[in-house]
Design a protein around this ligand. Structure first.
Ligand code: NAD
Ligand code: ZN
Length: 371
Protein backbone atom coordinates (compact mmCIF):
# COMPACT_ATOMS: atom_id res chain seq x y z
CA UNK A 1 0.00 0.00 0.00
CA UNK A 2 1.29 3.44 -0.86
CA UNK A 3 4.95 4.32 -1.04
CA UNK A 4 7.74 1.82 -0.64
CA UNK A 5 9.88 2.31 2.47
CA UNK A 6 13.10 4.29 2.23
CA UNK A 7 16.16 2.21 3.07
CA UNK A 8 18.63 3.96 5.33
CA UNK A 9 22.16 2.69 5.04
CA UNK A 10 23.75 4.00 8.18
CA UNK A 11 25.44 1.81 10.73
CA UNK A 12 25.76 -1.95 10.73
CA UNK A 13 22.38 -2.87 9.21
CA UNK A 14 20.21 -0.94 6.77
CA UNK A 15 16.74 -0.21 8.06
CA UNK A 16 13.46 0.80 6.45
CA UNK A 17 11.73 4.12 7.04
CA UNK A 18 8.02 3.95 6.26
CA UNK A 19 6.34 7.27 5.53
CA UNK A 20 2.63 7.41 4.80
CA UNK A 21 -0.91 7.36 6.14
CA UNK A 22 -2.57 4.86 8.40
CA UNK A 23 0.75 3.31 9.37
CA UNK A 24 0.05 3.02 13.09
CA UNK A 25 -2.61 0.42 12.33
CA UNK A 26 -0.05 -1.49 10.29
CA UNK A 27 2.63 -1.31 12.97
CA UNK A 28 2.16 -4.86 14.30
CA UNK A 29 2.91 -6.31 10.89
CA UNK A 30 5.81 -3.97 10.20
CA UNK A 31 7.26 -4.74 13.60
CA UNK A 32 6.84 -8.50 13.29
CA UNK A 33 9.13 -8.55 10.29
CA UNK A 34 11.89 -6.68 12.16
CA UNK A 35 11.58 -8.02 15.70
CA UNK A 36 10.42 -11.56 16.38
CA UNK A 37 9.03 -12.42 19.77
CA UNK A 38 5.63 -10.75 20.07
CA UNK A 39 6.67 -8.67 23.00
CA UNK A 40 7.39 -4.94 23.02
CA UNK A 41 7.91 -1.99 25.32
CA UNK A 42 6.20 1.22 24.24
CA UNK A 43 7.71 4.46 25.55
CA UNK A 44 6.01 7.78 25.00
CA UNK A 45 5.63 11.05 26.90
CA UNK A 46 3.04 12.26 29.40
CA UNK A 47 1.19 14.28 26.79
CA UNK A 48 0.83 11.44 24.30
CA UNK A 49 0.27 8.64 26.79
CA UNK A 50 -3.48 8.64 26.33
CA UNK A 51 -3.51 9.41 22.62
CA UNK A 52 -0.82 8.21 20.23
CA UNK A 53 1.07 6.14 22.80
CA UNK A 54 -2.08 4.31 23.83
CA UNK A 55 -3.04 3.79 20.20
CA UNK A 56 0.24 2.08 19.41
CA UNK A 57 0.01 -0.12 22.50
CA UNK A 58 -3.59 -1.00 21.68
CA UNK A 59 -2.90 -1.94 18.10
CA UNK A 60 -0.02 -4.19 19.16
CA UNK A 61 -2.07 -5.85 21.88
CA UNK A 62 -4.95 -6.42 19.49
CA UNK A 63 -2.50 -8.27 17.26
CA UNK A 64 -1.51 -10.52 20.12
CA UNK A 65 1.59 -8.75 21.40
CA UNK A 66 2.43 -8.47 25.04
CA UNK A 67 3.04 -4.78 25.64
CA UNK A 68 4.52 -2.89 28.57
CA UNK A 69 3.99 0.84 28.31
CA UNK A 70 5.55 3.77 30.12
CA UNK A 71 5.55 7.55 29.75
CA UNK A 72 8.49 9.91 30.13
CA UNK A 73 7.94 13.47 31.30
CA UNK A 74 6.98 15.87 28.55
CA UNK A 75 9.49 17.98 26.66
CA UNK A 76 13.16 18.33 27.47
CA UNK A 77 12.62 16.78 30.92
CA UNK A 78 12.31 13.42 29.16
CA UNK A 79 16.01 13.73 28.46
CA UNK A 80 17.09 14.02 32.08
CA UNK A 81 19.30 11.54 33.89
CA UNK A 82 16.57 11.17 36.51
CA UNK A 83 13.99 10.16 33.89
CA UNK A 84 16.49 7.74 32.40
CA UNK A 85 17.15 6.02 35.73
CA UNK A 86 13.41 5.69 36.14
CA UNK A 87 13.10 4.15 32.71
CA UNK A 88 15.88 1.61 33.35
CA UNK A 89 14.03 0.69 36.53
CA UNK A 90 10.86 0.13 34.55
CA UNK A 91 12.65 -2.09 32.02
CA UNK A 92 14.24 -4.17 34.78
CA UNK A 93 11.02 -4.40 36.72
CA UNK A 94 9.16 -5.73 33.67
CA UNK A 95 12.03 -8.12 32.98
CA UNK A 96 12.56 -6.71 29.54
CA UNK A 97 14.75 -9.10 27.61
CA UNK A 98 17.58 -8.45 25.21
CA UNK A 99 15.47 -9.19 22.15
CA UNK A 100 12.44 -7.16 23.19
CA UNK A 101 12.12 -4.04 21.02
CA UNK A 102 11.66 -0.64 22.58
CA UNK A 103 9.16 1.38 20.57
CA UNK A 104 9.61 5.16 21.01
CA UNK A 105 6.39 7.02 20.23
CA UNK A 106 6.76 10.80 20.28
CA UNK A 107 8.87 13.77 19.30
CA UNK A 108 12.62 14.16 19.34
CA UNK A 109 12.81 14.20 23.11
CA UNK A 110 11.19 10.77 23.47
CA UNK A 111 13.23 9.41 20.56
CA UNK A 112 16.51 10.69 21.99
CA UNK A 113 15.90 9.50 25.56
CA UNK A 114 14.26 6.17 24.74
CA UNK A 115 16.86 5.67 22.03
CA UNK A 116 19.67 6.11 24.52
CA UNK A 117 17.95 3.72 26.93
CA UNK A 118 17.65 1.15 24.12
CA UNK A 119 21.33 1.64 23.25
CA UNK A 120 22.49 1.03 26.79
CA UNK A 121 20.03 -1.29 28.53
CA UNK A 122 21.74 -4.70 28.55
CA UNK A 123 24.24 -3.18 26.08
CA UNK A 124 21.53 -2.66 23.52
CA UNK A 125 18.02 -3.85 22.70
CA UNK A 126 16.23 -3.30 19.36
CA UNK A 127 14.92 0.23 18.86
CA UNK A 128 11.91 1.31 16.81
CA UNK A 129 11.13 4.96 16.20
CA UNK A 130 7.55 6.10 15.74
CA UNK A 131 8.15 9.86 15.33
CA UNK A 132 5.08 12.04 15.89
CA UNK A 133 6.44 15.57 15.40
CA UNK A 134 7.56 16.94 12.06
CA UNK A 135 11.01 17.52 13.51
CA UNK A 136 11.28 13.90 14.60
CA UNK A 137 9.99 12.58 11.26
CA UNK A 138 12.39 14.59 9.11
CA UNK A 139 15.36 14.68 11.42
CA UNK A 140 15.82 13.11 14.83
CA UNK A 141 14.42 9.64 14.08
CA UNK A 142 16.88 9.20 11.21
CA UNK A 143 20.62 8.72 11.55
CA UNK A 144 21.02 7.18 14.98
CA UNK A 145 21.95 9.99 17.32
CA UNK A 146 20.55 9.41 20.80
CA UNK A 147 21.23 11.43 23.93
CA UNK A 148 20.12 12.76 27.25
CA UNK A 149 21.12 16.08 28.79
CA UNK A 150 23.57 16.72 31.59
CA UNK A 151 22.55 19.63 33.81
CA UNK A 152 25.57 21.48 32.44
CA UNK A 153 25.42 20.57 28.74
CA UNK A 154 22.57 19.61 26.44
CA UNK A 155 22.89 16.20 24.71
CA UNK A 156 26.11 15.59 26.64
CA UNK A 157 25.50 11.88 27.28
CA UNK A 158 24.60 9.82 24.28
CA UNK A 159 25.37 7.12 21.79
CA UNK A 160 25.14 6.45 18.09
CA UNK A 161 22.52 3.77 17.89
CA UNK A 162 20.53 2.93 14.80
CA UNK A 163 16.91 1.79 14.97
CA UNK A 164 15.75 -1.41 13.28
CA UNK A 165 12.64 0.32 11.93
CA UNK A 166 11.17 3.83 11.61
CA UNK A 167 7.45 4.37 11.10
CA UNK A 168 6.47 7.96 10.30
CA UNK A 169 2.70 8.17 10.13
CA UNK A 170 1.64 11.48 8.59
CA UNK A 171 -1.79 11.14 10.25
CA UNK A 172 -0.04 11.49 13.62
CA UNK A 173 0.85 15.07 12.73
CA UNK A 174 -2.84 16.05 12.72
CA UNK A 175 -2.83 16.82 16.45
CA UNK A 176 0.53 18.62 16.40
CA UNK A 177 0.18 22.27 17.49
CA UNK A 178 1.03 24.75 14.74
CA UNK A 179 4.12 26.20 16.49
CA UNK A 180 5.58 22.69 16.72
CA UNK A 181 4.94 22.09 13.03
CA UNK A 182 6.54 25.43 12.21
CA UNK A 183 9.59 24.62 14.34
CA UNK A 184 10.00 21.40 12.38
CA UNK A 185 9.83 23.36 9.16
CA UNK A 186 13.07 25.09 10.13
CA UNK A 187 14.92 21.80 9.65
CA UNK A 188 13.08 21.25 6.38
CA UNK A 189 14.19 24.65 5.09
CA UNK A 190 17.69 23.80 6.25
CA UNK A 191 17.80 20.68 4.06
CA UNK A 192 16.52 22.67 1.09
CA UNK A 193 19.05 25.49 1.43
CA UNK A 194 22.02 23.24 2.10
CA UNK A 195 21.37 20.37 -0.27
CA UNK A 196 18.69 20.90 -2.82
CA UNK A 197 17.77 23.89 -4.92
CA UNK A 198 14.84 22.26 -6.67
CA UNK A 199 13.43 21.11 -3.35
CA UNK A 200 13.70 24.73 -2.17
CA UNK A 201 11.61 25.83 -5.14
CA UNK A 202 9.05 23.10 -4.53
CA UNK A 203 8.87 24.04 -0.86
CA UNK A 204 8.24 27.68 -1.64
CA UNK A 205 5.39 26.84 -3.99
CA UNK A 206 3.88 24.09 -1.79
CA UNK A 207 4.12 25.83 1.58
CA UNK A 208 0.42 26.52 1.80
CA UNK A 209 -0.60 22.97 0.99
CA UNK A 210 1.95 21.38 3.30
CA UNK A 211 2.13 23.73 6.26
CA UNK A 212 -1.06 25.76 6.37
CA UNK A 213 -3.50 23.20 5.02
CA UNK A 214 -1.48 20.15 6.10
CA UNK A 215 -2.48 18.28 3.00
CA UNK A 216 -1.43 14.69 3.34
CA UNK A 217 0.02 14.27 -0.13
CA UNK A 218 2.23 17.35 0.25
CA UNK A 219 3.37 16.32 3.73
CA UNK A 220 4.21 12.81 2.60
CA UNK A 221 6.28 14.16 -0.24
CA UNK A 222 8.01 16.63 2.05
CA UNK A 223 8.83 14.12 4.79
CA UNK A 224 10.01 11.47 2.34
CA UNK A 225 12.31 13.89 0.60
CA UNK A 226 13.85 15.08 3.88
CA UNK A 227 14.33 11.52 5.11
CA UNK A 228 16.26 10.78 1.93
CA UNK A 229 18.43 13.88 2.31
CA UNK A 230 19.16 13.17 5.97
CA UNK A 231 19.91 9.53 5.25
CA UNK A 232 22.29 10.50 2.47
CA UNK A 233 24.13 12.97 4.69
CA UNK A 234 24.46 10.45 7.50
CA UNK A 235 25.14 7.45 5.25
CA UNK A 236 28.89 7.64 5.01
CA UNK A 237 29.43 9.71 8.10
CA UNK A 238 27.55 7.86 10.81
CA UNK A 239 29.61 9.26 13.66
CA UNK A 240 29.78 12.82 12.38
CA UNK A 241 33.52 12.68 11.75
CA UNK A 242 34.13 13.45 8.09
CA UNK A 243 32.26 16.64 7.48
CA UNK A 244 29.27 15.48 5.43
CA UNK A 245 26.98 15.20 8.38
CA UNK A 246 28.38 18.42 9.73
CA UNK A 247 26.71 20.31 6.89
CA UNK A 248 23.42 19.60 8.67
CA UNK A 249 24.66 22.06 11.24
CA UNK A 250 23.73 24.96 9.01
CA UNK A 251 22.09 27.56 11.24
CA UNK A 252 22.92 25.52 14.30
CA UNK A 253 26.18 27.09 15.48
CA UNK A 254 24.39 30.32 16.12
CA UNK A 255 21.07 28.62 16.91
CA UNK A 256 22.63 26.60 19.73
CA UNK A 257 24.29 29.72 21.12
CA UNK A 258 20.95 31.53 21.09
CA UNK A 259 19.24 28.61 22.85
CA UNK A 260 21.97 28.50 25.48
CA UNK A 261 22.00 32.27 25.98
CA UNK A 262 18.27 32.23 26.63
CA UNK A 263 18.36 29.27 28.99
CA UNK A 264 16.57 26.90 26.55
CA UNK A 265 13.30 28.51 27.51
CA UNK A 266 12.49 31.23 25.06
CA UNK A 267 12.92 29.40 21.75
CA UNK A 268 11.97 26.04 20.44
CA UNK A 269 15.01 24.44 18.83
CA UNK A 270 13.69 25.10 15.32
CA UNK A 271 12.92 28.71 16.15
CA UNK A 272 16.49 29.32 17.29
CA UNK A 273 17.78 27.54 14.20
CA UNK A 274 15.65 29.81 12.01
CA UNK A 275 17.47 32.81 13.50
CA UNK A 276 20.75 30.95 13.06
CA UNK A 277 20.06 30.35 9.37
CA UNK A 278 19.25 34.02 8.84
CA UNK A 279 22.57 34.95 10.41
CA UNK A 280 24.36 32.33 8.28
CA UNK A 281 22.80 33.81 5.14
CA UNK A 282 23.96 37.30 6.16
CA UNK A 283 27.45 35.94 6.86
CA UNK A 284 27.45 34.33 3.41
CA UNK A 285 26.35 37.54 1.73
CA UNK A 286 28.97 39.45 3.68
CA UNK A 287 31.62 37.25 2.10
CA UNK A 288 30.35 37.95 -1.37
CA UNK A 289 28.63 34.58 -1.67
CA UNK A 290 25.03 33.73 -2.51
CA UNK A 291 25.21 36.41 -5.16
CA UNK A 292 22.74 34.99 -7.66
CA UNK A 293 19.66 37.05 -7.16
CA UNK A 294 17.03 34.34 -7.66
CA UNK A 295 18.80 32.06 -5.19
CA UNK A 296 19.14 34.73 -2.57
CA UNK A 297 15.53 35.80 -2.95
CA UNK A 298 14.33 32.22 -2.62
CA UNK A 299 16.46 31.58 0.47
CA UNK A 300 15.23 34.75 2.12
CA UNK A 301 11.62 34.03 1.19
CA UNK A 302 11.78 30.58 2.80
CA UNK A 303 13.39 32.00 5.93
CA UNK A 304 10.73 34.68 6.18
CA UNK A 305 8.06 31.99 6.20
CA UNK A 306 9.47 30.57 9.43
CA UNK A 307 7.92 32.25 12.43
CA UNK A 308 10.30 32.96 15.28
CA UNK A 309 9.65 34.61 18.59
CA UNK A 310 11.05 38.07 18.45
CA UNK A 311 14.64 38.72 19.32
CA UNK A 312 14.88 38.96 23.12
CA UNK A 313 15.26 42.56 24.16
CA UNK A 314 18.27 43.05 26.33
CA UNK A 315 19.95 39.87 25.12
CA UNK A 316 23.56 40.48 25.95
CA UNK A 317 26.27 40.12 23.39
CA UNK A 318 28.38 38.52 26.08
CA UNK A 319 25.79 35.81 26.69
CA UNK A 320 25.65 35.02 22.98
CA UNK A 321 29.40 34.84 22.67
CA UNK A 322 29.56 32.62 25.76
CA UNK A 323 26.95 30.40 24.13
CA UNK A 324 29.15 30.18 21.05
CA UNK A 325 32.17 29.28 23.14
CA UNK A 326 30.17 26.44 24.63
CA UNK A 327 28.97 25.05 21.29
CA UNK A 328 30.40 21.60 20.91
CA UNK A 329 31.28 22.07 17.25
CA UNK A 330 34.20 24.25 18.29
CA UNK A 331 37.38 23.22 16.53
CA UNK A 332 40.38 24.89 18.08
CA UNK A 333 39.48 28.34 19.27
CA UNK A 334 36.87 29.15 16.64
CA UNK A 335 33.40 27.94 15.89
CA UNK A 336 32.69 26.07 12.71
CA UNK A 337 30.01 27.77 10.64
CA UNK A 338 28.28 26.26 7.66
CA UNK A 339 27.69 29.00 5.11
CA UNK A 340 26.32 29.04 1.57
CA UNK A 341 28.23 29.84 -1.59
CA UNK A 342 24.93 29.33 -3.35
CA UNK A 343 21.73 27.38 -2.84
CA UNK A 344 22.68 23.75 -2.35
CA UNK A 345 26.36 24.72 -2.15
CA UNK A 346 27.39 24.70 1.51
CA UNK A 347 30.87 25.54 2.77
CA UNK A 348 32.37 24.88 6.13
CA UNK A 349 34.30 27.85 7.52
CA UNK A 350 36.07 28.35 10.78
CA UNK A 351 37.50 31.78 10.44
CA UNK A 352 34.44 33.88 11.22
CA UNK A 353 35.67 36.76 13.33
CA UNK A 354 33.75 38.31 16.15
CA UNK A 355 33.38 41.50 14.22
CA UNK A 356 32.08 39.72 11.12
CA UNK A 357 29.56 37.86 13.25
CA UNK A 358 28.32 40.93 15.08
CA UNK A 359 27.87 42.70 11.79
CA UNK A 360 25.86 39.79 10.38
CA UNK A 361 23.66 39.76 13.48
CA UNK A 362 23.03 43.48 13.12
CA UNK A 363 22.08 43.04 9.46
CA UNK A 364 19.82 40.12 10.31
CA UNK A 365 17.94 42.17 12.87
CA UNK A 366 17.61 45.04 10.44
CA UNK A 367 16.19 42.69 7.78
CA UNK A 368 13.76 41.23 10.30
CA UNK A 369 12.39 44.68 11.13
CA UNK A 370 11.52 45.30 7.48
CA UNK A 371 7.84 44.80 6.74
N1 NAD B 1 18.79 12.77 17.44
C1 NAD B 1 18.88 13.73 16.56
O1 NAD B 1 19.50 13.59 15.52
C2 NAD B 1 18.16 15.02 16.84
C3 NAD B 1 18.00 15.94 15.80
C4 NAD B 1 17.28 17.09 16.06
C5 NAD B 1 16.76 17.32 17.31
N2 NAD B 1 16.93 16.40 18.30
C6 NAD B 1 16.32 16.60 19.63
O2 NAD B 1 14.91 16.59 19.48
C7 NAD B 1 14.33 17.30 20.55
C8 NAD B 1 13.20 18.15 20.05
O3 NAD B 1 12.22 17.31 19.47
P1 NAD B 1 10.73 17.84 19.17
O4 NAD B 1 10.81 19.15 18.53
O5 NAD B 1 10.02 16.74 18.48
O6 NAD B 1 10.16 18.13 20.63
P2 NAD B 1 9.30 17.26 21.68
O7 NAD B 1 9.64 15.82 21.63
O8 NAD B 1 9.46 17.94 22.98
O9 NAD B 1 7.81 17.46 21.15
C9 NAD B 1 7.24 18.75 21.21
C10 NAD B 1 5.89 18.72 21.92
O10 NAD B 1 4.92 18.16 21.05
C11 NAD B 1 4.20 17.12 21.71
N3 NAD B 1 3.81 16.18 20.65
C12 NAD B 1 4.59 15.28 20.01
N4 NAD B 1 3.90 14.70 19.03
C13 NAD B 1 2.65 15.22 19.05
C14 NAD B 1 1.48 15.02 18.27
N5 NAD B 1 1.49 14.20 17.21
N6 NAD B 1 0.38 15.70 18.59
C15 NAD B 1 0.37 16.58 19.63
N7 NAD B 1 1.45 16.83 20.40
C16 NAD B 1 2.57 16.15 20.10
C17 NAD B 1 5.13 16.59 22.74
O11 NAD B 1 4.44 15.98 23.79
C18 NAD B 1 5.87 17.86 23.18
O12 NAD B 1 5.11 18.54 24.14
C19 NAD B 1 15.45 18.09 21.21
O13 NAD B 1 15.75 17.52 22.45
C20 NAD B 1 16.62 17.91 20.27
O14 NAD B 1 17.86 17.91 20.94
C21 NAD B 1 17.61 15.26 18.08
ZN1 ZN C 1 18.33 20.90 14.54
Amino acid sequence: MGNPPIRVRVGPKPYPVHVGRGLLARLPRLLASRAPGRRAVVITDARLARSLGARVARSLRAAGWRVDAAALPQGERAKSLAALVHLYGFLIDRRTERRTPLVAVGGGTVGDAAGFAAATYFRGIPLVHVPTTLLAQVDSAIGGKTAVNHPLVKNAIGAFYQPVLVVADIDALASLPQPELAAGMAEVVKYALVFDRSFARWLDSSWRQAVELRQTAALIRLVRHCVRLKAAAAADDEKDLFGRRELLNFGHTFGHALEAATGYRRFRHGEAVAWGMRVAVELSKGRGWLTERSERTLAEALLRRLPSPSWPRGLRRGALLAGLAGDKKVAGARNVFILLRGLGRPVRVRDVSRRELLRAIARTLKQARRP
